[in-house]
Design a binder for this molecule. Structure first.
Ligand code: NAD
Length: 370
């Protein structure tokens, strides 16, 4: 298979984790006889410094000419005081989601048996957790207008707007039900219907969509209860679907179930079929440039890419198995090492690459003798 992947490493640890992930993708191409071409694009603080804009037009064009996109992370203290349109997060993440209509953000939360001790939660609560958060990504509180400082009743005031078209709510719920059909057939729709009108409409639409999927059970949950249930009994969840801001907060909370933000991958799906894959974490300026970043979230995002965008199930599984094998062998980056000996970002990548090669060699021997 011949495919082009746009690479947007961005700032801080974004560059480090994308570099390592590219090596894994090259190894996959070699083992499974594919050709992956990589198109690099400038984004974030680097793009502001070099081009005066966080998301240059040529980067969007490079994405549009590719079959899928991998993004590292953007942002950092150097650009924190910039005006809002020149802040990497808003200028890249939100702009790219709008430009490519990346409306459904999928965040799988799965625990690895070898990492149960790394979670701050008790082992017996996090063992066997396996659910997906489906976060609406192009509407809601992040994109509503007006979002500005105003003067009301003669006083300095501020307004942010939570806006949705019914069709936007419907399409994200459809995505959630379709994902649930391939899993344990249970959707938890999270809202704040006891307070917000937007949530009451969300519930109505959820009921309508649910009627089209009789094999899937729908449950409504208020967002404050959902935040509590994620800690109290995370195994109850299969698919959680929710508004943009609620999803952002709940998925960072859920990352602690797995032990580290450095383990959480994501896919952002578009209506056009050009999807974007990225770790859930940010640019982590506190550890950037020190080789301390855990690259697994980005590597697992690449596995999601191979499965979702290219239909390469075996290759995706090979990456997931290699990650699992390496973690089972006790190899840890600093975020998971509980103060014990840790490997660097690059070493973690090398170990995963070696595990891929070992596994592939075993498969080849088995095929030769079968
Ligand atoms: P962050 O996710 O960058 O870091 C939070 C904490 O987790 C830090 O202590 C960091 O060291 C740790 N961490 C994150 N990823 C890790 C990894 N792979 N391995 C080991 N440890 C890891 O969030 P933050 O500190 O709130 O934000 C830093 C910058 O990143 C800000 O400018 C923020 O706006 C930006 N940000 C960008 C994205 C994105 O690009 N998608 C997402 C979130 C935050």
């Amino acid at each position: 298979m011949k495919k082009t992947i746009a690479l947007l490493p961005g700032d801080g640890i974004g560059k480090e984790v994308v570099d390592v992930t590219v090596e894994i993708l090259k190894a996959i191409a070699e083992h499974f006889n594919h050709q992956f071409q990589f198109n690099y694009g400038l984004i974030g603080g680097d793009a502001i410094d070099q081009k005066g804009t966080p998301l240059p037009e040529e980067t969007i064009e490079a994405c549009k000419k590719s079959d899928a996109i991998i993004l590292g992370a953007v942002g950092g203290p150097k650009w924190d005081k910039n005006p809002v349109e020149l802040r990497p997060e808003r200028g890249v993440l939100l702009a790219l989601r709008k430009a490519l209509d990346l409306y459904a953000n999928l965040r799988p939360i799965t625990t690895f048996d070898s990492l149960l001790d790394s979670s701050p939660l008790k082992k017996e609560y996090v063992s066997g957790v396996d659910f997906v958060i489906v976060r609406e990504l192009t509407g809601g509180l992040y994109f509503g207008k007006p979002s500005e400082r105003i003067v009301r009743d003669g006083e300095d005031s501020v307004v942010d707007t939570l806006f949705y078209k019914r069709s936007e709510i419907e399409r994200i719920l459809v995505s959630a039900f379709e994902i649930a059909q391939k899993r344990r057939k249970h959707v938890t729709s999270v809202d704040k219907a006891n307070v917000l009108e937007s949530s009451r409409v969300w519930r109505e639409v959820a009921e309508e969509v649910s009627a089209r999927y009789p094999d899937v059970t729908l449950e409504h949950m208020l967002v404050d209860n959902a935040a509590m249930q994620l800690i109290r009994s995370p195994r109850q969840f299969d698919v959680i679907v929710t508004e943009n801001m609620f999803g952002d907060i709940l998925s960072d909370e859920a990352s602690m179930i797995t032990g580290s933000l450095g383990m959480l991958s994501s896919a952002s799906l578009s209506s056009s079929g050009l999807h974007l894959y990225e770790p859930v974490h940010g640019s982590a300026p506190d550890i950037a440039g020190k080789g301390l970043a855990n690259p697994v979230a980005t590597i697992l995002s690449a596995a999601m890419l191979l499965r979702q965008s290219f239909g390469l199930e075996e290759e995706a599984k090979a990456i997931e198995k290699a990650v699992d094998n390496v973690l089972n062998s006790g190899t840890r980056t600093a975020d998971l090492a509980n103060g014990e000996k840790a490997v660097s970002t690059k070493q973690m990548g090398e170990e995963i690459k070696n595990a891929l090669a070992d596994d592939h060699a075993i498969l080849n021997i088995m095929e030769a003798y079968s």
